[in-house]
Write a protein that binds this ligand. Structure first.
Ligand code: NAI
Length: 214
């Protein structure tokens, strides 16, 4: 994705939404769409959409609109979804199991190889057909199987230790659900997911009118 290195992160963070809507259009066998229609669906302004998509070179044609399939494929490529990735989940509790039970990540090329936990009651069990291993075997497993992404679903107290292990075992990415900011060297990329942040924004929006009236 070198070509897109100068595209701002703000634009990149909007791409998954375009990707989702374009997929819906393809599923409905709609192959062509104007920025105005896209705007009506997604809620970004038409000019925002034109600006965003122009960053990636002329997919839109005056009077024709966008070729949905071409745009979908290009955005998939920018997002790296044309590749596949190997992943493991650390922490096979409520959240780890929920993620393991959600097969649509697989559809996009994220292959879950195993889960890891400390709880002897969980070790040896399977989620769908995927094994839960002892976390003591994590580093060796990650190295041996060239695991690229570690998904941290442990309590926050051990998350940094898990991140260090994953780093030593050469993962390239960490998808962190534990509510702490883990520290990793520059060759490892971390993406944090904190549902509470989104929930607090909802709470803010629900209270916004009150703030404004004060
Ligand atoms: P849970 O208690 O059900 O699962 C945690 C699992 O981690 C347990 O199975 C436990 O045995 C295991 N574990 C503990 N120490 C470990 C270690 N050193 N190595 C490997 N496994 C270890 O908790 P739940 O509800 O699944 O939450 C997991 C984490 O995700 C927590 O940090 C929680 O705060 C966070 N969370 C984050 C959300 C988000 O939006 N980012 C939403 C919900 C939970």
């Amino acid at each position: 994705n070198r070509d897109y290195a100068d595209v701002s992160m703000a634009v990149i963070r909007r791409l998954p939404k375009y990707h989702r809507y374009l997929k819906d259009l393809l599923d409905k066998e709609i192959y062509r769409i104007s920025s105005r229609e896209l705007s009506r669906m997604i809620g970004f302004t038409a000019s925002q959409i034109r600006q965003d998509l122009n960053c990636f070179g002329g997919f839109g044609q005056q009077g024709y609109g966008y070729n949905v399939e071409e745009l979908y494929n290009e955005i998939s490529k920018i997002l790296g979804l044309h590749k596949s990735y190997t992943t493991v989940i650390i922490g096979a509790g409520n959240l780890g199991q929920a993620i393991a039970n959600y097969p649509s990540f697989m559809k996009y090329g994220f292959k879950l190889l195993g889960l890891f936990d400390v709880n002897p009651k969980l070790i040896g069990m399977k989620i769908r057909d995927i094994d839960i291993f002892d976390v003591d075997a994590l580093e060796e497993y990650v190295i041996k199987n060239n695991v690229e992404i570690g998904i941290i679903c442990t309590p926050k107290e051990v998350a940094q230790d898990i991140a260090d292990k994953l780093t030593r075992a050469n993962v390239s990415g960490i998808w962190n659900f534990a509510p702490i900011d883990i520290k990793v060297p520059g060759n490892v990329t971390v993406e944090n997911v904190h549902l509470s942040e989104s929930l607090f924004i909802l709470s803010y929006l629900l209270n916004e009118k009150e703030y404004l009236n004060k």
